[in-house]
Design a protein around this ligand. Structure first.
Ligand code: DC
Length: 231
């Protein structure tokens, strides 16, 4: 029997964490959990219900409304906000502009971290986020910390948004990424940190193929069966 481990994929925004985590989940037949999508769903709720406008967030109001917010994942992995599939809407710039403020609210983090621990309690998960290897699952067997320059990330995100018909400029995307990096590294609760035992992967330097091979090698090293071969 192969081991069903917990894999934490942490790093800055738009650095390819979800591509890596999805690849691993598919290869290993594990559950993929996009924790950023959960924070984004709460941010969307805040925008829709008058607790956020632009990047101004009414933290106390949102905290009081937390009981009315249900975040879950559908069978297709899409995030559900009070039962509604909001997978596409949570990727908009409107949400990106306020999500870093929403994710700095301690009560929001407490609620979502509790849910993440429940989802991952039996192992066999690949969870991507900022604090998975440090806070959510400090005992995760495999921790990966992904990096790439802000410019590389902005260029990728800009192309993604443009493909969806979003007219946000490269400069605006870069500015938003820098703001989110700053917020991620400097928030009082669970700031983005590399766990001491995390493996660093610089996504700017690797081809997709090279990256995938390295990810599978790291799994084999942990005794996980990959393609029927135990490494
Ligand atoms: O990964 P992403 O860009 O979709 O994340 C959206 C926001 O949520 C981002 O501002 C960082 C925050 N986040 C967090 O604070 N903790 C996590 N585990 C995941 C995301």
């Amino acid at each position: 029997m192969s081991r069903s481990i917990t894999i934490a994929v942490d790093g800055y925004s738009s650095c390819g964490k979800s591509t890596m985590a999805k690849f691993l989940a598919k290869e290993l037949d594990y559950t993929y959990v996009d924790t950023g999508a959960m924070y984004r769903a709460v941010a969307l709720y805040a925008l829709r219900n008058g607790y956020a406008k632009g990047n101004e967030v009414d933290s106390a109001g949102l905290e009081n409304a937390l009981d009315k917010i249900d975040v879950a994942f559908g069978g297709d992995g899409h995030v559900l906000l009070n039962g509604e599939d909001v997978e596409s809407e949570i990727r908009s710039m409107r949400v990106s502009e306020c999500v870093y403020k929403v994710s700095s609210i301690a009560a929001v983090r407490a609620k979502l971290v509790e849910m993440q621990r429940k989802i991952g309690k039996n192992g066999g998960v690949v969870m991507d986020g900022r604090d998975i290897g440090t806070v959510v699952f400090p005992d995760a067997e495999l921790k990966i910390f992904v990096t790439a320059s802000a410019e590389t990330r902005a260029q990728r995100r800009f192309l993604e948004l443009r493909a969806k018909g979003d007219a946000t400029s490269y400069e605006e995307v870069l500015d938003n990424i820098r703001k989110r990096d700053y917020a991620d590294e400097n928030r009082a609760v669970s700031p983005l940190r590399k766990a001491p035992d995390a493996v660093v992967l610089d996504n700017g330097n690797l081809t997709i193929d090279g990256q995938n091979k390295e990810l599978l090698r790291l799994c084999r090293e942990k005794g996980v069966e990959v393609n029927g071969l135990r490494g």
